[in-house]
Design a protein around this ligand. Structure first.
Ligand SMILES: CC(C)(COP(=O)(O)OP(=O)(O)OC[C@H]1O[C@@H](n2cnc3c(N)ncnc32)[C@H](O)[C@@H]1OP(=O)(O)O)[C@@H](O)C(=O)NCCC(=O)NCCS
Length: 161
């Protein structure tokens, strides 16, 4: 329920059912990460391996509580999650972003630059063709191949910079 509330409080994320959040916390726990500050869930990256792309981590949602933004928390979670999954053969990161979400675009562009990896953009779900005009187009960002994990002072339980 903490994850459900965090995502609900982080527009423009589409809120999921609490059942979906429980699946993220159980079936997808090895490919997701949480940031807890003073016993409160303040950040999350939920992700999974698409069944037909075992070398790819598809980032579903990144949420940072409004009170904790602008301190590099999303960057640190993404970095740590990749470092963990890279040991299991992940070489590409994908996510979908709407054109107006500058923070998310900068987050993933920064990750690609840090890992010296290419980033490609294409239409994933089109506003007209897939959403019947009810949702902005989701652009697929694909980063990789990612060769290595850059040296970083952060750790899995590192302090927020
Ligand atoms: C997007 C979000 C996760 C960023 O979290 P954060 O911890 O504040 O991000 P970081 O401090 O790690 O910054 C990552 C990059 O985004 C940039 N950024 C952060 N907030 C920004 C904003 N409001 N506008 C523009 N750029 C922003 C940072 O400058 C940084 O880029 P840089 O390295 O080029 O300087 C957070 O704003 C959030 O939860 N938003 C609502 C939900 C959402 O849109 N999630 C992403 C879609 S899945």
């Amino acid at each position: 329920m903490a994850l459900h509330r965090l995502v609900r409080d982080c527009p423009p994320l589409d809120p999921n059912s609490s059942y979906c959040n429980l699946l993220q916390c159980s079936h997808f726990k090895s490919t997701s990460i949480a940031a807890i500050h003073q016993d409160v869930l303040v950040g999350s990256v939920t992700a999974y391996r698409p069944p037909e792309q075992p070398d790819t981590l598809f980032v579903w949602q990144v949420a940072v509580h409004a009170s904790m933004r602008g301190q590099g928390l999303a960057r640190q979670m993404l970095r740590n999650l990749f470092a963990r999954t890279a040991t299991e053969g992940i070489r590409f990161i994908e996510t979908s972003i709407t054109a107006d979400n500058e923070a998310s675009q900068r987050l993933f562009a920064g990750f690609a630059a840090e890992h010296k990896a290419e980033m490609q953009r294409s239409v994933m779900f089109d506003q007209a063709a897939h959403f019947e005009g009810l949702h902005d187009t989701e652009f697929l960002y694909r980063i990789g191949p990612i060769q290595s994990v850059p040296a970083s002072p952060s750790t899995e339980k590192g302090e927020i910079p």
